[in-house]
Design a binder for this molecule. Structure first.
Ligand code: FE2
Length: 386
């Protein structure tokens, strides 16, 4: 499978040349989830994933209709939000989708310009540029819809010195489990409906100025039973990468279709977070109860040296240890990468996490797709959704 991908042309230079600069993005600002019980979800992310308490907004801070807990680990900020009454759009979102990602917020220099440039290119408005102020300064935010009910919020915080956003107070907690080494968001993947992938590829190109960085068709991503297609979109500096998946016809139901059924529409499928020591990070996560997909067969690990080829000499990790932890290995022209996927982190089989350590490789573990999807299919079989 790794060989087949050689035909796919890519390279960071190509991204820089192809992308347009009308929407300069500094990075991911935060990811906001709408959930059924933010207090308990926050406890899970602290205990299991090592996130730290950062900020809070709720009844105590003057917020009447919802509550939000903000968690941080290195550059990653998660916001967990729950409605406080039955006639809230937050509650409606949770009723339809279950717990899931509502906002993928992007850090920009100028939120008004980001809003203007994207809406004039066809983006549907979610929130017009809005100035929020407190004693620490001001933040400008503006939002547009992407796939499904998911939002991109542009966040301009150059005139703000507070903990998170105006309206939030610092959240000091006596319960502070140690971090597990998660550094930043590497990529976030969206699942869209049948025949919609190219529509959203074009939307990211036209509206956001992104370029298509890598493509995988159903001939490359398939198992005996199911298939999917994926295209990776990137912004101009390569900091923001959004792969977009679409189900493809197979003998049985693909994991993308299962997601669409249970999320009741398109949405964020997984968040990939980077670490620079995946062995330690995964040991910690396992010890704290995070559940991962099962390991591929032993033969997979016997084949690692052949798959890594020239990159094998720079590999520091012990293959036996990787196998024990079920960490996957893949390589491309520029290096190798290590990755592992959690099981869904809520009861509906929807959102999950990827832990990734890049050792030069810029790809997404395409050589692992088959092993990975077979593992997912074993889980689907148990759920009766294959
Ligand atoms: Fe991924």
């Amino acid at each position: 499978m790794a060989q087949e991908l050689k035909s796919v042309e890519y390279g960071l230079e190509k991204i820089f040349q192809g992308a347009q600069d009308f929407l300069p993005l500094l990075g991911t600002d935060y990811v906001e989830f709408y959930v059924g019980n933010a207090k308990q979800a926050a406890h899970y992310y602290k205990t299991a994933f090592g996130f730290q308490s950062l900020a809070y907004a709720g009844l105590e801070t003057g917020m009447k209709d919802h509550v939000s807990y903000v968690l941080k680990q290195d550059k990653i900020r998660l916001v967990l939000t729950t409605a406080l009454n039955s006639n809230s759009p937050i509650g409606e979102h949770v009723k339809k989708h279950g717990d899931g990602v509502k906002v993928i917020a992007l850090w920009v220099e100028d939120a008004r310009k980001a809003y203007e440039e994207t809406t004039k290119r066809g983006a549907k408005s979610y929130m017009e540029p809005t100035v929020e102020k407190d004693e620490h300064g001001e933040v400008v935010r503006a939002g547009i819809y992407t796939y499904g009910e998911t939002i991109h919020m542009f966040v301009e915080r150059k005139n703000y010195k507070g903990t998170f956003l105006p309206g939030f107070q610092e959240w000091k907690s006596d319960y502070n489990p140690t971090p597990v080494g998660l550094k930043y968001i590497d990529h976030m993947v969206g699942n869209v409906g049948w025949g919609e992938m190219n529509t959203w590829v074009k939307w990211y190109e036209d509206v956001m100025g992104f370029v298509n960085f890598l493509s995988f068709d159903d001939k490359q991503i398939h198992t005996e039973y199911s298939a999917l297609m994926s295209k990776v979109m990137s912004n101009g500096n390569g900091r923001i990468k959004f792969p977009i998946n679409e189900p493809a016809e197979g003998k049985k139901k693909s994991q993308i279709e299962e997601y669409l059924d249970f999320y009741e529409g398109p949405g964020c499928q997984h968040i990939a977070v980077a670490t620079d020591n995946i062995i330690e990070t995964v040991k910690q996560l396992r010890a704290r109860g995070v559940e991962f997909l099962s390991a591929p067969p032993h033969q997979y690990y016997l084949d690692v040296p052949a798959r890594l080829g020239e990159h094998m000499s720079m590999m520091k990790e012990d293959i036996n240890e990787l196998e024990k932890l079920a960490i996957l290995v893949d390589a491309d022209e520029e290096g190798y990468l290590l990755q592992i996927f959690t099981k869904p982190v809520e009861d509906r089989p929807t959102l999950f996490y990827e832990i990734i350590q890049r050792m030069g490789a810029q790809g997404f573990g395409a050589g692992n797709f088959k092993a990975l999807f077979e593992s997912i299919e074993r889980e689907q079989e148990l759920r009766g959704t294959l």
